[in-house]
Design a protein around this ligand. Sequence first.
Ligand SMILES: [Zn+2]
Length: 315
Amino acid sequence: MNIYDTSVQVIVFWLGAAIGSFLNVVVYRVPAGLSVMWPPSRCPKCFHQLGMGENIPILGWLLLRGKCRHCHTPIAPRYPIVETITAIIFVLIYNHFGLTIQTLGYFLLMCWLFALTLIDLDTMTLPNPLTQSGLVLGLVFQIVVGYLDNNHSIIGLRESLIQGILAMVLGIWLYDTIAIVGSMMMGRSAQGGGDAKLLAMIGAWSNWKVILLTAGVAAVLAIVGFVVVAGYSTFKSGGIKAGANKLIQPLPFGPSIACGATIALFGGDWLIGSYQEFMRSDARYLVGVPLLIALTGLWWWVRRLRLRSSRSIGS
Ligand SMILES: [Zn+2]
């Protein structure tokens, strides 16, 4: 690695950190219906406006040792963590695509996905202004990439745009199907119109293969997340009852979809290759059969808990 590569990576890292800092503002203000441009960043307690030094991503928080300089109110470590994650994502995308239009596009997509993930974790909603603007940006991305990657041809542009629109429609349709099947299996009504819009937004940026893979990976991640959260609350509060309580509460699905899309976009080929190799090996029975039994058991247990809870609410 030469000096040039290293210095570009450093620049990309700090660009990512600065944008991560802005994402913190977006995640806090958009669900509250506040402007993301005004007022400038300030302490939520004493309203002291952040100076130049305090506004530097990651370092500002470290210099202040996680406290407001004036009133010493602790500032959550979440802010520098979000900045660092955004910076790392930016460097990874740059290393993968180099100085191309794809890099710029995927910077934007990952910002949207990351902000929506955090908002969904915080508020269990996916705000329309974000999913809709992300969808429009995705179609613009298809037009630009289709035009540039096909020797500046209008036909390339058109095909790329159609690919995005088809994947967008497939996203909505697929989510509705999952939601209907899910509600039949879990014995409760499907929820979260925002999730379908998120899947449509991802479709606008990609193609039908990525959407199918995203939905599949998201479903697996949601099941894993579900088991981890229920297991953790059982362990933390020391009772099966708390764990069961967590199981019957809805969990946000947006983070699983966003992670699924990231994996499908950047690791899709590898994932499909590994899956095909796995299905050719003898290990498929060794892993597949117990997994199927475990999943059926889990589904049966959750369904029973939910039916019981809905009955006790109804009566
Ligand atoms: Zn303060």
